[in-house]
Design a protein around this ligand. Sequence first.
Ligand SMILES: *Cc1c(COP(=O)(O)O)cnc(C)c1O
Length: 452
Amino acid sequence: MIAFARSYIIKGYGIRGRKEKILDLYSMLCKHISVDRDIQELDRLVVEDIRGEFERIDGIRLVNQAKVLRAMQEEGLAENHFAGTTGYGYGDTGRDVTDRVFARVFGGEDALVRVQMVSGTHALTTCFRAVLRPGDTVLSVTGKPYDTLEEVLGIRGNAPGNLKQFGITYRQVDLKDGRIDLEAVADKLDYSVKLILMQRSTGYDWRPALSIEDIKKAVEYIKELKSDVYFMVDNCYGEFLEEREPLEVGVDIAAGSLIKNPGGGIALTGGYIVGKKELVARAAAALTAPGLGKECGATLGITRSFLQGLFLAPHVVAEAVKGAVYASRIFERLGFPVSPGYRDRRSDIIQSIKFNSKEQLLSFCRGIQKGAPVDSFVTPYPWDMPGYGHQVVMAAGAFVQGSSIELSADAPIREPYYGYLQGGLTWDHMRLGVLITLQQMKNEGHIALIPS
Ligand SMILES: *Cc1c(COP(=O)(O)O)cnc(C)c1O
């Protein structure tokens, strides 16, 4: 199927001379990447449209940069902290300082930032293991959790060691019009509910991300009804999108991946958990062993990249958000449904785009791959990724394998054909990646622009 651009009108350029300047920019650009005139014109219009959004993004960036800077200063970060340890990793002051810096930045009493956490799923699983005991119930109040957590919780399949096998029950309350359905939550709160799970980001869904204000309201409401319950947030893709983080509004424990937002594109692997001191201690015991807790875990010289990544993260996230705003508007102008809209408030870096067919979605992914600095020559195909219940296509040519703070797109192969676009270490890269993608989709006959 072909999506036609809504006809767009070339507005008067106002000041003469500006037009020549812009034409000059595109002629210089086309020395390096080939983009048809109609796509250039679309780019020009979209950049005009979104200019007003950047001020707010820059404001959030500045506040978060200040937060990170202050945390590093107050913890007395010093050169010797980057040295790293081997073996057991006893007495690793760099590791300890990293934990404390993360705790400050994310508003927790303590944190666990470890190269030994292999992914976001692992960090989140470690939180479950920390909090839940046989007989307990975990209640997700944001509907179905992220795909990989379905296997962890035992909602799908029967993977060895899933939580169901340990006598832990899972229940959920679906979102209502994209918001937490507090009345339905009240109905499901019984004595067995030990943990309330909230997912901040959209995941493979079509909904706005959960805002910090929404999280705050849910915590306050539920605490009124039941005080002996813990709140956990899956913070993947949400870090640094707002001036506050979930722990600052009453959440007890949160976790995420270092190859997403908080690693700033620099961290090579790893995950983090932040939360109440007691829960972080239990998470450390779950990650290593009871009795070992936080005392073990060699850093192998990776501490510098964790902290440098965190330092850059507010900036890199702002770049990714600008790129997402741009992508939102450009695909909207081409007639595709998008979520969020370019003017909407955001609480994650994801831009969802609804395509008309599997072929159109795959063409989009081929385009994103073509725009990557690494592996730009490969063709992404759908495959059975571990942890997912359906085929997934991933377009990523990243410096860090699977890093989705770098420009990347992914999509489950199922109807409706939603594509999820995120990242871009610089917003220029997102812009170029999208232009290359549109050219690819046009060449393959999946979009047609109507030149004004
Ligand atoms: C990416 C993601 C996860 C899982 O992270 P991995 O690092 O891929 O294991 C969990 N929840 C959400 C919302 C995510 O975006």
